[in-house]
Design a protein around this ligand. Structure first.
Ligand code: SF4
Length: 158
């Protein structure tokens, strides 16, 4: 059974594993409150942890670790690591510019953080994260946010 972190709002959710590279929505698992998942929905993808770069996590790993961060139960999580998790939230949405705040955490404490900006009118990022995993997770989070913004009825408020 999937472990779902308790969260209270769409704008600041729980976290995802920093080694996760999401590639597509993961519809197979029926998470409750999917919009509150760290990346705005459940995602499938692959692992980028050293020594496990070609690993495609199975449904249990995706449900319990990759999408949720603090994956100490995951056997692929490196013992030596800079971050345990990364979280995203919408910092600003105005005049076609969406600003996403990201926070990388270690031992439940915030570390590296910053903002990434997306121009909706140009459909491109104005600023991007140098780590392709963080950037891809931000893109996934943004995709879900924009979808809900356009079609809020898809995810009823709870
Ligand atoms: S939770 Fe484990 S399998 Fe998933 S991305 Fe992180 S280290 Fe890889």
């Amino acid at each position: 059974m999937a472990i779902i972190h308790s969260v209270h709002a769409d704008t600041m959710t729980s976290v995802a594993c920093p080694y996760f590279m999401p590639t597509a929505r993961f519809e197979a698992i029926g998470w409750p409150h999917r919009a509150r998942l760290p990346l705005g929905d459940g995602w499938q993808g692959h692992c980028t942890a050293p020594g496990h770069e070609s690993l495609v996590p199975g449904p249990e790993e995706l449900a319990n670790f990759c999408n949720l961060g603090y994956a100490r139960g995951c056997p692929h999580l490196p013992q030596e690591r800079v971050w345990d998790a990364v979280r995203f939230s919408i910092a600003r949405d105005k005049e076609n510019l969406v600003t996403i705040l990201y926070v990388c955490e270690r031992d439940y404490r915030p570390g590296q953080h910053g903002t990434l900006e997306y121009d909706c009118s140009l459909a491109r990022w104005c600023t991007a994260h140098p780590d392709p995993r963080i950037q891809k997770m931000a893109a996934c989070y943004l995709e879900c946010y924009l979808l809900r913004r356009e079609k809020p009825a898809l995810e009823p408020a709870t």
